[in-house]
Design a protein around this ligand. Structure first.
Ligand code: ADP
Ligand code: GLC
Length: 489
C-alpha cells in the first residue's frame, strides 16, 4: 500500500511526545512489510538538515489558500535508521520559529500554519508523483487533510482512490479556531458553517471535529481510551462527535519499536542485559547515580522510581506535587525525574531536589538518550496520569524491566496489570481514583515487592515477557486502511 503519514512530529527529527514516536514506528514497520510509506513533516528551523541528511530538492510547492497562493520548498531525506522517505515542507513565515506548536504558548496563527501544511501534503504527493492508497493524519494539526481530500483533491486522478484515516492521539488538544480566518485559509465556503455542521463547533471551527467528521475511518491509540472518550469525563466535549461516527471508529493499541527499544542491544545504555540476566540493570543504575553525584556510600541499591514525562497536568504531576515530599521523607526509595514543561511543576521538582539532595534527582530538559538510560537503570516507573490516550513510556519501562506504578486510565489500563502474589501474574502496580493517597498506597505496595525473592524476579520477568511491539500495531492499521478503502473503490 502507498501510505502518506501527515504529521506535525517525527522522532528523532522533531519530537514533543509519543505522536512523533508513533509516526516513526509505524512507517518503519510498514516498509519492512513491503509497503510504501512516506512521511510529510513541516521543516521546522530547529531541524538539523545536515545531521539528518536532508537535501533541498529546489522544487516549489504551490498551495492554494482560500483565494490566494502560497509557496513552500520541498526537502527530502530518509527517516533515520530506515529507508522511509521523509519530505519536509519549508515555509519561512510559518516554520522558521523555535517550537513546533508554540514557544512556550501556542502560536496565535496555528490555524494558518497547519492549514497551509495540510494542503501542502497533497502538493508534495503531486510534486513527487505519489498516488496514495491512504492519507493517515494524526491529531488536530493535520486533521484538515481529511476535509481537503473530500472537498478538493479526490477529483484529481492521483487521489481518486485515496482513503482518509484520522488518528486521535490526544483529545485534549483540539485546535479551536476563529471561523472567519480558519475558513478563509482553508477555502471552505461560509455556507458550510452552520450549527452542527462538520465545520462548526460552538461557534468556532474545531480542527479535531473536522478530522473526525471527514475521515473515512477514525482510530484512537488504545481500545480503552476509545471507550472512555464516548463519555463526557474523558471526551473533552468531543463525545457527541465521536458517537456520531461510532460505526467508523475504533481503538488500536500503540506499540513500540522493539529494535530501537531493546535492552539487549541498546547503544545508549552502559551495560546491555536481558530478562535472564538482570545484573546489567543494577550496573546501569549504579552508573547513572554516580553520574549524578552519588557514591557507594549513598546506598546505590536503594530502589529507584523514575519518571520520564512532559510536565503537564495530563501526566498527573499534581499528585506528585501533593504527595512526593511526604513519601520521600517517610519511605526508602529514590526518585529520578527527567521532564520538561510547565514552569510551576519544574519549580516544584527543583525544590524537591534541594530538599532531598540524595534522594530526589531531577533533570529538567528533553533528552532521548538519557531517557533510555533511565528506563534501563530504574526499578520502577511512576505514571500517575490524569488521562492517558495510550502512553508509550509504560511500554518502554516494561521492556526494560522497570515496574510501572500507574493509574488505570486509557492505554495504561490496557497494558499494566496489578501484580498478584498468589498466582504470580501481573506486571505492575495500579490505582484507579485520581487521588494522591491512592497513588502513595500503590507506591508502597510496589516497594513491598522489591528484593522479595521470588516475587521481584517474577514481576520483572512478567514485565519483560510482555509483547507491545509496534509490528502488531502496524498490522492492525493496515486492516483499517483496507476497510477505509472500501469507501473509495
Ligand atoms: P505523551 O505523548 O503524552 O507525552 P507518551 O508516553 O505517548 O506520552 O510519549 C512520550 C514520549 O516522549 C516517550 O517517547 C517519552 O520517552 C518521551 N519523553 C517525554 N518526556 C521526555 C523528556 N523530558 N526527555 C526525553 N524523552 C521524553
Ligand atoms: C499522545 C498521548 C499519549 C500517546 C501518544 C502517542 O501524546 O498523550 O498517551 O501514547 O499520543 O499515541
Amino acid at each position: 500500500m502507498n501510505i502518506v503519514t501527515a504529521t506535525a512530529e517525527l522522532t528523532p527529527i522533531a519530537k514533543a511526545g509519543g505522536l512523533g514516536d508513533m509516526a516513526s514506528f509505524l512507517s518503519r514497520e510498514w516498509i519492512k512489510m513491503g509497503h510504501k510509506p512516506i512521511i510529510v513533516l513541516p521543516k521546522y528551523s530547529f531541524i538539523d538538515t545536515n545531521k539528518w541528511g536532508f537535501r533541498n530538492t529546489l522544487k516549489t510547492i504551490i498551495v492554494q489558500m482560500g483565494y490566494w497562493l502560497e509557496y513552500g520548498l520541498l526537502w527530502e531525506g530518509k527517516l533515520p535508521g530506515s529507508d522511509v522517505p521523509v519530505y519536509l515542507v519549508e515555509h519561512e513565515g510559518y516554520f522558521n520559529r523555535g517550537g513546533i506548536y508554540g514557544d512556550p504558548n501556542e502560536y496565535a496563527d496555528n490555524d494558518r500554519r497547519f492549514i497551509f501544511f495540510s494542503k501542502a501534503v497533497f502538493e508534495v504527493c503531486r510534486a513527487i508523483g505519489f498516488s496514495p492508497d491512504v492519507i493517515h493524519a494524526h491529531d488536530f494539526h493535520t486533521a484538515f487533510t481529511m476535509s481537503f481530500l473530500k472537498e478538493f483533491y479526490r477529483i484529481d486522478p492521483l487521489f481518486s482512490k485515496t482513503a482518509g484515516v484520522y488518528t486521535i492521539h490526544n483529545l485534549a488538544y483540539q485546535g479551536k479556531f476563529n471561523p472567519e480566518t480558519a475558513l478563509k485559509y482553508a477555502g471552505i465556503p461560509w455556507s458550510k458553517f452552520y450549527p452542527f455542521s462538520d465545520y462548526e463547533y460552538y461557534g468556532l471551527v474545531n480542527a479535531m471535529k473536522v478530522g473526525i467528521m471527514n475521515a473515512d475511518k477514525i482510530t484512537t491509540v488504545s481500545p480503552n481510551y476509545a471507550q472512555e472518550i464516548r463519555w463526557s469525563y474523558y471526551g473533552e466535549g468531543m463525545e457527541g462527535v465521536i458517537n456520531l461516527r461510532a460505526a467508523d471508529f475504533l481503538g488500536i493499541l500503540n506499540g513500540i519499536d522493539y529494535d530501537e527499544w531493546n535492552p539487549e542491544t541498546d547503544k545508549s545504555i552502559g551495560v546491555n542485559y536481558n530478562k535472564f540476566n538482570l545484573e546489567g540493570k543494577r550496573q546501569n543504575k549504579h552508573q547513572l547515580l554516580r553520574d549524578y553525584g552519588l557514591s557507594d556510600l549513598d546506598d546505590l541499591d536503594m530502589p529507584v522510581i523514575s519518571m520520564v514525562t512532559r510536565l503537564a497536568e495530563q501526566k498527573g504531576i499534581d499528585l506528585v506535587v501533593n504527595k512526593m515530599e511526604e513519601l520521600l521523607e517517610t519511605t526508602n526509595f529514590r526518585l529520578f525525574v527527567l521532564g520538561s514543561g510547565e514552569y510551576n511543576y519544574e519549580q516544584f521538582l527543583r525544590y524537591l531536589q534541594s530538599r532531598f539532595p540524595k534522594k530526589a534527582i531531577i533533570h529538567i530538559g528533553h533528552d532521548i538518550a538519557l531517557s533510555h538510560r533511565i528506563f534501563a537503570a530504574s526499578d520502577y516507573f511512576l505514571m500517575p496520569s490524569r488521562f492517558e490516550p495510550c502512553g508509550l513510556t509504560q511500554m518502554f519501562s516494561l521492556r526494560y524491566g522497570a515496574i510501572p506504578i500507574a493509574r488505570e486510565t486509557g492505554g495504561i489500563a490496557d497494558t499494566v496489570k496489578e501484580y498478584n502474589y498468589e498466582n504470580m501474574t501481573g506486571n505492575g502496580f495500579t490505582f484507579w481514583q485520581y487521588n494522591a493517597d491512592d497513588m502513595a498506597f500503590a507506591i508502597r505496595r510496589a516497594l513491598g515487592v522489591y528484593n522479595i525473592i521470588p516475587h521481584w524476579d517474577k514481576i520483572r520477568q512478567n514485565a519483560m515477557n510482555e509483547n507491545y511491539s509496534a509490528k502488531q500495531t502496524a498490522t492492525h492499521y493496515l486492516d483499517v486502511f483496507r476497510w477505509a478503502k472500501e469507501n473509495v473503490q
